[in-house]
Design a protein around this ligand. Structure first.
Ligand SMILES: NC(=O)c1ccc[n+]([C@@H]2O[C@H](COP(=O)([O-])OP(=O)(O)OC[C@H]3O[C@@H](n4cnc5c(N)ncnc54)[C@H](OP(=O)(O)O)[C@@H]3O)[C@@H](O)[C@H]2O)c1
Length: 369
């Protein structure tokens, strides 16, 4: 496949597979600084089932779901110890699937359910990945560049195209245009030929416009629903994609003022940030407005859906194609060394990352590899 790096081991310097490796282990429930230890005697997965591939991980990218599971999931769901994280890029060192050979440079995803089942994740030197969750890395991008693509890009892709059925020339609002998911959504919608309005704080205006956003709204200036109701877009939005996962439902409940009659609101999933009375009250309000309040009692006359990322091969392939063609480019907020994974989590947890937070797992290779 043109533009795809399919170098073989002799060209790529794949060394012998050790029996033990270094891996970050979640050993108890809590925030990353409490839950994680760097273990040095973790067995390298040795038996590949049919359709599986052993990857020497070069870079792993963090996602909010990683620390949310760490902090919230009870022991019977997240059995410990387990290796956290889902997004990775690396080199195939053993393959039990005809799609990949030793030395192939790949990126892909270990999805949440699989991670919880096998307890294998991306923050380790070697990991086992189903071949159907991997794609070949283009030559012009490094492992660090591509590691953060799968989970956030699949979420954006499925929200826009599988759920909202976004079509060319339609109008889209991306709330949270500078988030990893939002940044992919802007680029995918522009590649489809849509008109995109993106929200972010003022410091990120240039960033989201650089991704192709036609219009910009600063969400810190005034509530978005007020800004949009006072000055509705023309034409109205066909789709609102809330890539932040707002718990406060007003952007949805006021949406008839700025979305088309058959418009749809897709959320990445509203979640309370804390278990306090205020957040519980907002959660109850959101549940009432979104799930319970009938339209004849003033309920919002627009569809509301939540996206739940699915590691569908067809979608991953479509994204890989857009990446190879340069229609979607990965965005890196920051890169941390393997030892500094806790600092990487601190950065992600600020909620201010602009693109992906990446951990360079194997810094012995040229990052361009
Ligand atoms: N349902 C699923 O399958 C799924 C999959 C992936 C992610 N998610 C969820 O989607 C959300 C986004 O994930 P992510 O990885 O893209 O997050 P992220 O990259 O860590 O998001 C950080 C960005 O969000 C922006 N932001 C924060 N609050 C905002 C607000 N109120 N309005 C507009 N922008 C705001 C920040 O910009 P400023 O600094 O300008 O505020 C920052 O650039 C998370 O809640 C995550 O758990 C769900």
């Amino acid at each position: 496949m043109s533009g795809i790096d399919t170098g073989r081991p002799q060209d790529r310097g794949v060394s012998e597979i050790p029996s033990k490796q270094r891996a970050w282990h979640v050993v108890k429930r809590g925030k990353p600084s409490e839950a994680l230890v760097l273990a040095s005697d973790v067995p390298v997965p040795s038996k590949l089932a049919e359709g599986e591939v052993l990857v020497k991980v070069r870079a792993a990218a963090l996602n909010p779901v990683g620390f949310k599971i760490m902090q919230l999931a009870p022991g019977f769901i997240a059995r410990k110890p387990y290796v956290p994280e889902h997004d990775l890029a690396g080199v195939v060192v053993e393959s039990n699937d005809p799609a990949f050979s030793n030395g192939d440079n790949v990126y892909g995803i270990i999805h949440v359910q699989l991670n919880l089942k096998t307890r294998l994740g991306a923050l380790s030197q070697y990991t086992r990945v189903p071949a159907c969750n991997l794609v070949l890395k283009p030559e012009n991008l490094s492992a660090v560049d591509v590691a953060g693509i799968p989970l956030a890009a699949l979420t954006a892709y499925q929200a826009l195209f599988d759920i909202a059925h976004l079509e060319s020339e339609q109008c889209l609002l991306v709330n949270g245009g500078s988030s990893a998911v939002g940044a992919f959504a802007i680029q995918m919608a522009k590649a489809k030929g849509c008109k995109v309005t993106a929200t972010a704080s003022a410091k990120n205006e240039e960033f989201v416009r650089g991704l192709g956003a036609d219009e910009f709204l600063d969400y810190t200036k005034a509530p978005l629903e007020s800004q949009l109701s006072e000055n509705p877009p023309s034409p109205k939005f066909h789709v609102i994609f809330d890539a932040v996962g707002l718990l406060e439902p007003s952007l949805y409940t006021k949406s008839p003022a700025y979305t088309t009659a058959d418009g749809i609101y897709v959320s990445t999933g509203p979640q309370p940030k804390a278990l306090n009375a205020r957040e519980m009250k907002t959660t109850a309000k959101m549940m009432w407005e979104v799930f319970l309040r009938p339209r004849w009692l003033g309920g919002t006359k627009r569809k509301w859906r939540v996206v739940s990322m699915n590691p569908k091969k067809q979608d991953l392939d479509a994204i890989a194609q857009m990446v190879s063609e340069g229609k979607v480019r990965p965005l890196i907020d920051s890169v941390f060394s393997f030892q500094d994974a806790l600092k990487a989590y601190e950065k992600l947890k600020t909620g201010r990352a602009k693109g992906k937070v990446v951990v360079e797992v194997d810094d012995s290779v040229d990052v361009n590899g």
